[in-house]
Design a protein around this ligand. Sequence first.
Ligand code: PMV
Length: 338
Amino acid sequence: MRKYRRQALQNVVQSRGIMNATAVSHPNIAFIKYWGNRNSALRIPMNGSISMNLDSLTTRTTVSFQPSLPFDELIINGHEIMGAGLKRVSEILDLIRAKANINARAEAVTENNFPSGAGIASSASAFAALALAGSKAAGLELNERELSRLARRRSGSASRSVPAGFVEWQAGESDDDSFAFSIAPPNHWDLVDLVAIVSTAHKKTGSTEGHAIAPTSPLQAARVEDAPRRLDLCRQAILNKDFNAFASIVELDSDMMHAVMMTSTPALQYWKPASLAVMEAVRMWRADGLPACYTMDAGANTHVLTLESEAQGIEKKLRGIDGVENILIARPGGAAKI
Ligand code: PMV
């Protein structure tokens, strides 16, 4: 019965010239951060970055190009979005339309199963899913590198949500050579990300504005200059599954990015008292021999990385910290897929 209904719907879609596709992707947590662009129009970053996709957090996006639509439409979790959010989506759809040589406007319907705009890279999974669903709906067959480059154009970190597992985005110097690739599959290492939710409020300053003011910090040049060293250490620690080496470089990199944020003009301050309490506790647990380290993106929520064997115990400890409202649990996730 269901099969016939699907077929009937497909016939209607085809007879009206509607082209649609649905993609699912995961956000990612950066271990070596991207902060600041060398070219902001193309989103060529100042430094390379490394991340892990987060399996239990998903974005599902359906794009349908419909000749009858007068303009693009964007619906996120049931709410129609206009203004800057819609503009960013339309810009990616424009790139797809140009490549596919079509004119039809599109409707993009997105569902996230996690809070957006709160330091869990919702824009990463959003633009990875949009690039994949949009290009597929337009009849394009882009390979992973092309999809990563396309997703990058409106959210740099989205380039890293296209490939699977542990991912590196090579900064590159042009649109052609700035893309992400997998350095290890999801089953390579049993890392767990416990995201301590200390606030679900939408952050006041988004990363686009943040990247733009990064060069105003006197610390940014030093952070960028040292990035190749941190990338090497982090990549090696992941490949060797060396948690201690991983922990030191991940915390250093997060602290360096937040130092740049705090010393930019205007200053950006994402930490809340509970974020700091989590960071202090994690440092203490590690000194006591537990495999745990922290990292924070552009938001107050603090990601605590640990190994599967210790995840339950650490989750329990985290729940006991004042101001921690909830914990999201994620393991290494796969690639964006149709
Ligand atoms: O991709 P954007 O523009 O949302 O920037 C992401 C910035 C950070 O999350 C803070 C760091 C990163 O590498 O993901």
